[in-house]
Design a protein around this ligand. Structure first.
Ligand code: GTB
Length: 215
């Protein structure tokens, strides 16, 4: 039985691997699990069958042998628990790798989303410049702490883990932002992760979907 995930039928990121199915594809590739993909239009994401799997009407979801999951953190933790390759065997190291997964989605990603949302939705407000500066400063403090931790480490805690997979997936969202230029260590960390063969296979798979959507 192979798992099925959902993804955009036509991703608004134009195949750049920024939609969140990419991190699930990457995790599945890292552990060598083949999978199927069900592609959804935006309308289908808001219809009852999909809302029964994800109440927020979003992708990705994950189905395997009767289990239905949403939220990439939960999906990737499930994959990592059931296969070798994404979590250390030793229990303390395993707990620390999970801590980095949570750090990615709860201590770093919210500041990145705040930056994006401010840029998208508040640009026309008279207080935009002041707010943007404050949002950037908050994000930079998180990035400085992360860069300090990484220092000359290859990965966050020993071998590459689901913690790195989540953290890199989160950081990719700001790769093009001017402020990320101030963090060459983090850029190199993202590049190291993207050089992994499993990442390349996942990226190619989502890009093929985007190219097919162009008709
Ligand atoms: N917390 C959830 C998780 O981690 O699973 C968030 C899931 C989520 O945000 N899904 C988005 C979605 O379904 C797709 S990835 N959005 C549609 C909707 O809410 O109606 C977010 C995303 C979308 C587009 C780009 N892009 O174009 O660059 C990047 C990321």
């Amino acid at each position: 039985m192979r798992p099925t995930i959902t993804a955009f039928a036509a991703s608004p990121d134009r195949g750049r691997g920024l939609a969140r199915d990419m991190r699930v594809r990457w995790a599945l590739e890292e552990v060598g699990q083949v999978y199927d993909v069900r592609l959804l239009t935006f309308a289908e994401m808001k219809e009852a069958p999909h809302l029964a799997m994800n109440p927020f009407g979003q992708i990705p979801t994950y189905e395997d042998d009767g289990l239905r999951l949403f939220e990439t953190g939960a999906i990737i933790l499930h994959i990592a628990e059931r296969h070798d390759g994404l979590l250390p065997q030793e229990s303390d190291a395993r707990a620390r790798a999970k801590a980095w997964m949570f750090a990615a989605v709860s201590s770093v990603e919210p500041w990145i989303l705040e930056l994006e949302n401010t840029g998208f939705f508040e640009r026309d407000k008279p207080w935009f410049q002041e707010r943007m500066a404050a949002v950037e400063a908050r994000l930079c403090r998180r990035l400085e702490a992360l860069a300090r931790w990484l220092d000359d480490r290859e990965w966050l805690d020993g071998a590459f883990s689901a913690g790195d997979l989540m953290m890199v997936s989160v950081l990719q969202r700001i790769r093009g932002a001017e402020l990320f230029g101030g963090f060459p260590g983090l850029a190199a960390y993202v590049a190291r992760a993207e050089a992994r063969p499993a990442y390349a296979r996942a990226f190619a798979a989502q890009l093929a979907v985007y190219h097919a959507s162009l008709g």
